[in-house]
Design a protein around this ligand. Sequence first.
Ligand SMILES: NC(=O)c1ccc[n+]([C@@H]2O[C@H](COP(=O)([O-])OP(=O)(O)OC[C@H]3O[C@@H](n4cnc5c(N)ncnc54)[C@H](OP(=O)(O)O)[C@@H]3O)[C@@H](O)[C@H]2O)c1
Length: 285
Amino acid sequence: MTTTALRAADVPIAVAATGARIPVIGYGTGGGGRVTAETVAAALACGYRHIDTARKYGTEPQVGAGLKAGGVPRAEIFLTTKVSHENLAPADFERSTMESLETLGTDYVDLLMVHWPLPTMDLRATMGALAEMKRRGFARHIGVANFNAALLAEAVRLCPEPLSALQVEFHPFLDQSRMIALCRTLGLVFVSYCPLARGRVLDNPVLAEIAAAHGRTLSQVALRYIIQHEGVAAIPGSGNPERIAENLAAASFALTDEEMARIAALARPDGRLVNPAGRAPDWAA
Ligand SMILES: NC(=O)c1ccc[n+]([C@@H]2O[C@H](COP(=O)([O-])OP(=O)(O)OC[C@H]3O[C@@H](n4cnc5c(N)ncnc54)[C@H](OP(=O)(O)O)[C@@H]3O)[C@@H](O)[C@H]2O)c1
């Protein structure tokens, strides 16, 4: 098993058309109780320079404390947070962003995202509020999460500032080739959440066979599969410092084209894990 800490400089960067430079492996902090200031500091210590949080996760306090404890200069870290679906009206959007900055202990985030679209939202107004946060310097870059292709195209059209990233679910059991291609066309980085399918990758025989051939772990093979797609980043979550380091080391080996094809063939129509009723868009649109 390869868990050697990587130097941050050795982790590839995905670059958006807007110039956003996003390390292809980030530490996902959506995991509630398992995320602490110590795990965030451990992620920084082993070489992560990309941290993903959201107001809704309730982990901004731990991220803020971990960033402080980690001692890495703020300018070296790519920090993402998100505004949740309850706060998409402009006044709420600004309040939520200010609360995030206060809790994170920073003057700006590198990426501010709409966390989920809502069928009832005023997309033009929400995109205006998102762009306003960038114009006022509270976000270096802006993006959206959980948008389908139709909504993403509409968001790009309506947003007064260019979008830099889309964050959606992607792992070996879910085909996202259409959305990845769309992001490339639009010049956005595609950020994969639940890249380990919330642990479901860990007992897959195909991934196990490929992992054995490389002397790697199944998690590393799943993550490598994701980031070997051009312009794609992944944000695995873990509360365990050894596994946090193990996941980052997925940046330091490569799969063959044949292995990539074998893993792509694991995708299933019912592979999606995160699909909240009433909030999830029609993913096929
Ligand atoms: N935008 C959105 O709507 C959205 C939705 C969901 C998630 N996210 C983001 O995506 C991130 C990742 O998603 P996720 O945490 O739900 O799922 P995930 O990263 O696919 O899987 C996390 C699970 O895998 C385990 N794990 C992690 N590394 C491992 C390793 N090397 N070996 C064995 N097990 C390992 C973790 O357990 P241990 O803690 O015990 O290691 C945890 O149970 C979140 O933290 C969040 O930042 C965004």
